[in-house]
Design a protein around this ligand. Structure first.
Ligand code: SF4
Length: 104
C-alpha cells in the first residue's frame, strides 16, 4: 500500500512491493461502493502483480490492519465472519483465470 519505509523500517519485503511507486491514497478508498469501488479495484490490480502479496497480507492480519487494501484484500475480506468455514489465512488462494484477466 505504497508503504513509507520510514514508518515500517523492519519490514524488509517492502522494498519489493509493487505499490512502492503508487499513490498511497489509492489503497485507502473512502468507501467500497461507487467511486470507492473503482479505486479499490485499481488497488487490488496492483496487489495482483505484487511479489510480496502473501507477506503483506500476513502482516495486515498479524497487526490487525482495519483499514486499507493489504495483500489484495479489502478490510471486510480480512475480518473473521461466523459463516467462514475456514479461517482467513496468510496465503491468498491462487487467482482464477477470470481474476487474472481483470487484474489489470
Ligand atoms: S500486496 Fe498490495 S498493498 Fe501489499 S505490498 Fe503488494 S502492492 Fe502493496
Amino acid at each position: 500500500m505504497a508503504f513509507q519505509t520510514s514508518v515500517l523500517p523492519a519490514v524488509s519485503w517492502l522494498r519489493r512491493a509493487a505499490c512502492r511507486t503508487e499513490d498511497p491514497e489509492l489503497f485507502f478508498p473512502i468507501s467500497a461502493t461507487g467511486p470507492g469501488q473503482a479505486q479499490q479495484d485499481r488497488a487490488k490490480a496492483v496487489c495482483a502483480r505484487c511479489p510480496v502479496r502473501p507477506a503483506c497480507l500476513d502482516y495486515a492480519l498479524t497487526t490487525g490492519q482495519e483499514h486499507g487494501i493489504w495483500g489484495g484484500t479489502a478490510p471486510e475480506e480480512r475480518r473473521p465472519t461466523p459463516n467462514r468455514r475456514t479461517p482467513l489465512h496468510s496465503t491468498p488462494r491462487p487467482m482464477t483465470a477470470h481474476e487474472h484477466r481483470h487484474a489489470g
